[in-house]
Design a protein around this ligand. Structure first.
Ligand SMILES: *Cc1c(COP(=O)(O)O)cnc(C)c1O
Length: 398
């Protein structure tokens, strides 16, 4: 991660093809666009690359989650079980459709703990939303079994794990629906963008209409389209799709580089006494956009982070426990239900309860965890140098 490190002539060429016609919108203007349909082409490329039957591009990963939830029929009165370690977008999307995000503990996979999921199920639960954080995956077999037993939907937030797989299937294509983000720091970028993938024609048709004001897209005259249901505007532009089209063709290369750099770093970090690594339910499917590791205690981890900072080599290392964006501990706006407009009563009540909910099991994992982002642009020498400096700094203080 991230794809912006490899922005080049290929992206410029795709964007210029759109600029030459001036048709920046993905729908309509058939004659003027001279056969250039970047969004459509990227959707086909996504299906080919990840093995999904259908793909709906949207304006962001957050819009992808909102669209997927709506297409799955999740709304007011429904509960969605999701992990306490994620990006704020996951609960934003759930709140935006009127549903209640139910946050539960993670385990050493850094994703949903299946027992915590089971314990959180109520008659209102409609959907389980694993978030495949930092390039690797949740225990999908366990979660699928829970969904089957309780008749729940499975929505994968795979925004951070583009190119990862689980038992041979691409992450994001295994649940009823799945999403990627193509924001600027993701494995492949459109600048801003996202996608919903699904194997269900019904869910796809709903996504297609929902992201374009409910248009049915059945005729050739946009003005004459019918609106079988309400929608919004979550469209991607042709310019953004053009960037993504160049990027997706580089994905195999990105993944190969990530795997190689991950392997080198892992070997070096393994020499640190007491270190352990994140559990990966299917190690061959790790996209390797990050390497996540644990020191034995919170105190040692804090000292290690401080030393990396002192030595000026903290960059690219994330101590999520103290981070404002990714972990429940510092989401005060969420825990105090601070919104600009009125949330529904079920949402407010459940958010306020988060403040006193016991997340000690997640704390005990997150307070010992550091994730190192794997850069695409490192030379082999630079990876080794980075790993050796990190290992020496940490060994000197723990
Ligand atoms: C990036 C991200 C999103 C949202 O994507 P945007 O395109 O930035 O809206 C959602 N979930 C996770 C886990 C993410 O990392």
């Amino acid at each position: 991660m991230p794809g912006f490190e490899f922005f080049g002539d290929e992206e410029r060429k795709e964007v210029n093809e759109v600029l030459e016609t001036g048709i920046l919108m993905r729908y309509g203007f058939d004659a003027a666009r001279k056969g250039r349909w970047k969004a459509k082409e990227l959707e086909q490329e996504i299906n080919k690359t990840f093995g999904s039957k259908y793909a709906q591009l949207v304006s962001s990963g957050t819009a992808a989650l909102t669209t997927a939830l709506s297409a799955l029929g999740v709304g007011y009165g429904d509960e969605v079980i999701m992990p306490a370690f994620t990006f704020v977008a996951s609960f934003e999307a759930v709140l935006s459709v009127g549903a209640v995000p139910v946050l539960v503990d993670i385990d050493r996979t850094l994703t949903l703990n299946p027992s915590a999921v089971k314990a959180a199920i109520t008659p209102k639960t409609k959907c389980i939303m694993p978030v495949h954080m930092c390039g690797s995956m949740a225990d999908l077999d366990a979660l699928k079994a829970i969904c089957a037993e309780h008749k729940l939907l499975l929505l994968e937030d795979a925004c951070q794990s583009i190119g990862g797989t689980y038992k041979g299937q691409a992450l994001g294509t295994i649940g009823d629906a799945g999403t990627f983000s193509f924001d600027f720091v993701k494995t492949i970028t459109c600048a801003e963008g996202g996608v919903v993938m699904t194997n269900s024609e019904d869910i796809y048709i709903k996504c297609d209409g929902f992201t374009d004001h409910g248009h049915d897209h059945l005729g050739v005259d946009r003005g004459a389209d019918l609106h079988p249901f309400l929608g919004y505007n979550f469209r991607i532009s042709e310019l953004h799709a053009a960037v993504g089209l160049a990027q997706i063709k580089k994905l195999d290369n990105f993944l190969a580089i990530q795997k190689k750099n991950y392997g080198i770093l892992k070997d070096i970090l393994s020499t640190i006494p007491g270190i352990s690594f994140r559990e990966v339910p299917d190690p061959t499917g790790d996209s390797c956009s990050f390497i996540s590791w644990f020191l034995p205690t919170e105190a040692q981890t804090k000292v290690a982070v401080a030393e990396l900072k002192t030595q000026g080599i903290l960059a690219g290392n994330f101590y999520w426990f103290d981070n404002n964006w990714h972990y429940i501990r510092k989401w005060n706006h969420l825990k105090q239900a601070t919104a600009l407009n009125r949330l529904n009563d079920a949402q407010t009540a459940s958010l306020l309860k988060l403040d006193t909910q016991d997340f000690s099991a997640s704390d005990a994992i997150m307070n010992c965890c550091i994730s190192t982002a794997i850069s695409l642009s490192w030379t082999e020498e630079q990876v080794k140098d980075k790993g050796e400096k990190m290992a020496a700094a940490i060994k000197s203080v723990i």
